[in-house]
Design a protein around this ligand. Structure first.
Ligand code: F3S
Length: 399
C-alpha cells in the first residue's frame, strides 16, 4: 500500500503506540483486500461495546489502546452497551457487570470517543452525507448508511472501526469503490408493506434469497412504493442480519438507485413468502409472553411518541423495555413522553437493547416488532418470540 508521509510517521510510531497499532491493523486489512491506499473518513461507528460480548480480553485491548494515548480524529460514536448507563439497576443488571461495563466506556471516553451508545447514530447527529467515506461497524447501521444515506462504508469490525477513528482513515476497497456498489440482481417485490415488522419479514425473505446466491450481493429492489425512516431501519437490520447485505438500492426511495440499471437476473418475492417469514418468527403464544421490547434498531422520537400515546393512563403487566439512544431519550423527557411511559410501569432501556444486555434465562418469550431481535433470540437460544405490528406489541405489554 502507498502511504502518505503522515501515515508512514504513524506506522513508525511517531504518533504514539496506539496510533501505530491502529494503522498496522488498517494496513494489514488493506493488504488482504488489495487496497492501494488509505482514504480519509469523516465518521466512525464502533461496535463491540457490551461487556457481555467483549469479556476481559476485549476490555484489556481497549484499555491498552487508551493507555497508549490514542485519540479519535473524527466524530466517533458507539454501538449499544450491555446496560442503561444510568438506569441499570432497574433493569436487573448485576453490580459486577455494571462495573466492567463502566470500565469499557471509560476506556472509550479516554480516546475521545463519544460514549453515546446506539445503533442508530444517524438519528442524532452522526449523520454522514451522500458520497462521504466513513468507517462503521454495526450491520444495520452500515446497511442504512450505504443504502439510505448514500454514504460509503464497509462492514467494519470493532477493532478496524476503532483503528479508523484513531487514524481518521480506512483502506480503500469494497463499498468505497464505484464498481462494488453496482447491483447484481433485481428483486421484484409483490407484497403489502405497511408496518416495521412487514419490512423486517421482507428483509428476511430477500436476505435468505441473496444468501442462497452464494455470495454477498447488492440487490436492486423494485415494488416497494413507500417506506418511512422507521420502516427502513427495520428493513436494514433484517436484510443485514439474514443476508449479510451491506448495500441495496430501493427503486424510487434510496439515492443511488436512480443511477443504477436494474440487472436482468431477477428474483421475485410474493406476499405468501412474506407471510411465511412472519409466521416463522412467531413460535410463542401471547399467553407465554413475559417480556416486551421495542427499539431494535433503537427507537426514533416518533416511535416513542406513539408508545406514550398508547400507554397514557394505563399500567403495563409485563417487563417492557423501551430501547433508544440517550439523545432521543432526552428529547422524550423534554416532550413529556418519558413521564407518561414511566408512569405506566414500562422501563427505558437507554444505551442498550434486548440482544446485547445480559438477560439470558430471565424470560420465556419476547414480543417485538423486530425481525433482527427474533433472529438473535433463536441464535442465542434465549427466548421464544412473538413478532407483531408496533401497536400490537404495546398491547401485549398491557394484557
Ligand atoms: Fe440495535 Fe441491538 Fe437491534 S444493537 S439493531 S437494537 S440488536
Amino acid at each position: 500500500m502507498k502511504l502518505t508521509p503522515e501515515e508512514q510517521d504513524m506506522l513508525d510510531g511517531k504518533y504514539g503506540k496506539s496510533t501505530q497499532k491502529a494503522i498496522e491493523i488498517l494496513v494489514a486489512l488493506g493488504t488482504i483486500y488489495s487496497a492501494e491506499r488509505l482514504i480519509p473518513v469523516t465518521s466512525v461507528q464502533v461496535a463491540g461495546v457490551s461487556y457481555a460480548n467483549l469479556g476481559e480480553a476485549g476490555l484489556h485491548f481497549l484499555a491498552e489502546m487508551a493507555d497508549g494515548g490514542g485519540k479519535a480524529r473524527v466524530l466517533t460514536t458507539l454501538n449499544p452497551a450491555g446496560m442503561d448507563i444510568e438506569n441499570w439497576q432497574a433493569l436487573g443488571i448485576s453490580e459486577a457487570f455494571a462495573e466492567s461495563q463502566k470500565r469499557v466506556l471509560e476506556a472509550f471516553a479516554r480516546m475521545n470517543v463519544i460514549t453515546t451508545c446506539s445503533c442508530t447514530p444517524y438519528l442524532f447527529g452522526n449523520t454522514p452525507h451522500y458520497g462521504e467515506h466513513i468507517a462503521w461497524a454495526e450491520s444495520s447501521a452500515v446497511c442504512y448508511a450505504n443504502s439510505v444515506l448514500g454514504a460509503r462504508t464497509n462492514r467494519e469490525g470493532g477493532p478496524s472501526a476503532l483503528a479508523a477513528a484513531l487514524t481518521g482513515s480506512t483502506p480503500e476497497y469494497g463499498y468505497h469503490l464505484d464498481e462494488n456498489r453496482k447491483p447484481f440482481v433485481t428483486v421484484e417485490v409483490n407484497g403489502r408493506l405497511v408496518e416495521n415488522h412487514d419490512f423486517g419479514a421482507l428483509g428476511k425473505v430477500i436476505g435468505q434469497k441473496l444468501e442462497a446466491e452464494g455470495k454477498k450481493v447488492v440487490p436492486y429492489i423494485r415494488g416497494v412504493e413507500k417506506a418511512s425512516v422507521e420502516n427502513l431501519k427495520s428493513f436494514c437490520a433484517s436484510i443485514a442480519t439474514y443476508g449479510g447485505t451491506a448495500l441495496f438500492h430501493l427503486e424510487g426511495i434510496t439515492p443511488e438507485a436512480a443511477q443504477m440499471t436494474p440487472p436482468e437476473k431477477t428474483i421475485t418475492v410474493a406476499q405468501e413468502e412474506i407471510d411465511e417469514a412472519n409466521r416463522s418468527m412467531n413460535d410463542a403464544t401471547s399467553e407465554e409472553v413475559d417480556f416486551v421490547s421495542l427499539g431494535c434498531p433503537h427507537l426514533s422520537i416518533k416511535e416513542i411518541a406513539r408508545i406514550a400515546e398508547l400507554l397514557k393512563g394505563k399500567k403495563v403487566t409485563k417487563e417492557f423495555w423501551i430501547t433508544t439512544a440517550r439523545p432521543t431519550k432526552t428529547i422524550a423527557d423534554m416532550m413529556g413522553y418519558s413521564q407518561i411511559i414511566e408512569e405506566s410501569g414500562a422501563k427505558f432501556a437507554t444505551d442498550t437493547c434486548c440482544v446485547v444486555a445480559p438477560i439470558k434465562g430471565r424470560f420465556k418469550a419476547l414480543a417485538t416488532d423486530s425481525a433482527k431481535a427474533c433472529y438473535y433470540a433463536y441464535a442465542k437460544n434465549e427466548f421464544k418470540t412473538v413478532l407483531k405490528p408496533f401497536d400490537e406489541v404495546v398491547e401485549e405489554a398491557l394484557k
